[in-house]
Design a protein around this ligand. Sequence first.
Ligand code: PLP
Length: 397
Amino acid sequence: MAELHGVPPINTAHRVGLQPIATPSRLLLGPGPSNAHPTVLQALSRTPIGHLDPLYVELMGEVQELLRYVWQTDNRLTIPMSGTGSAAMEATLANTIEPGDKVLVAIKGYFGLRLADMAGRYRAEVVTVERPWGEAFSLDELEQALIRHKPAILAMVHAETSTGVCQPMAGIGDLCRQHNCLLLLDTVTSLGAVPLYLDDWKVDLAYSCSQKGLSCPPGLGPFSMGPRAEAKMMARQGKVPNWYLDVTLLNQYWGSDRVYHHTAPVNMNFGMREALRLLAEEGLEQAWARHRRNAEALWAGLEALGLELHVPAELRLPTLTTVRIPKGVDGKAFTQHLLNRHGIEVGGGLGALGGQVWRIGLMGFNSTPENVTTLLNLFETELPAFRSSAPVVAAVA
Ligand SMILES: *Cc1c(COP(=O)(O)O)cnc(C)c1O
């Protein structure tokens, strides 16, 4: 047998034989992802077109314009980053931080911690102000911290998905201007679902994701940069230390030059375009009101069942509700039961709230009265079996 020189034998150890994909249908009522709108899913399965095709370039403009609408901003530098919300989060920091810049992070939950971690990696001098998980910051507290630290950037989370708190934003932007500091806001769990006014609130940098309030699958991270942040970026001494997320380069593609940077995830942007189109068709105020209405029905229903909500009513986030797991209840066993028996995902606690709360999401396409009713019925009829006094077999019966 003639031996082929230099050609190694094929290693078949990893050649697993698979059946065609068959994912179950799930109702995603946790902290995200949320279910995508069926129209968005159809858009995702269209044949890709070139990322410099004139038709695609037109679509890019549509996505940018509708992102400005849902964020209520005129920011020119408003683009969907390729990657999830965390990529857009990283983009806000990577483009504006120069080594040694002081970044004040207001931490009241898990995602504040992530902001602090990322800012440190870009060699910011990170300082923090903290609140217990389940509370929000007062204007006075933030002002004291600004006076004390004199940061270049104040970074904070609008809708804290780990706690279910919505940070009141009135006056914070003005404070930041008075103290000559940029305001960076995480709007991952508020965009499209909770009142949000980037320009009116004087937010200089914001980011979000596709898979929560926007009814898209995960994969894009909307990003917006205002003129003050842009000025800081343009005055940098060195290059933006992250090539992929460098807005000075990305803007040559998203702006009028159309210079290739990286291959755009075109199908994800098809989906984003449709998600935003549907949101504009519904109307922003109508979508906000729908989220509030359904959340209030959920809150009332849970309280009527004797369950305790972790966040006081005035700070509650319509997209994400934290419910205290009652004493004697195996919280994890109940969420596993909901998933295995009913195909419904509900989240557990994260970080400091691990084991203490369930996290129920009503986001985008999933914020409906039907979903609220379905879930409340299950809490009413099936939770009792998970109390420690109930026989374990009841869950299976
Ligand atoms: C989900 C979430 C993120 C991270 O987004 P990914 O899409 O998971 O990368 C950031 N901040 C908040 C508040 C979130 O809820």
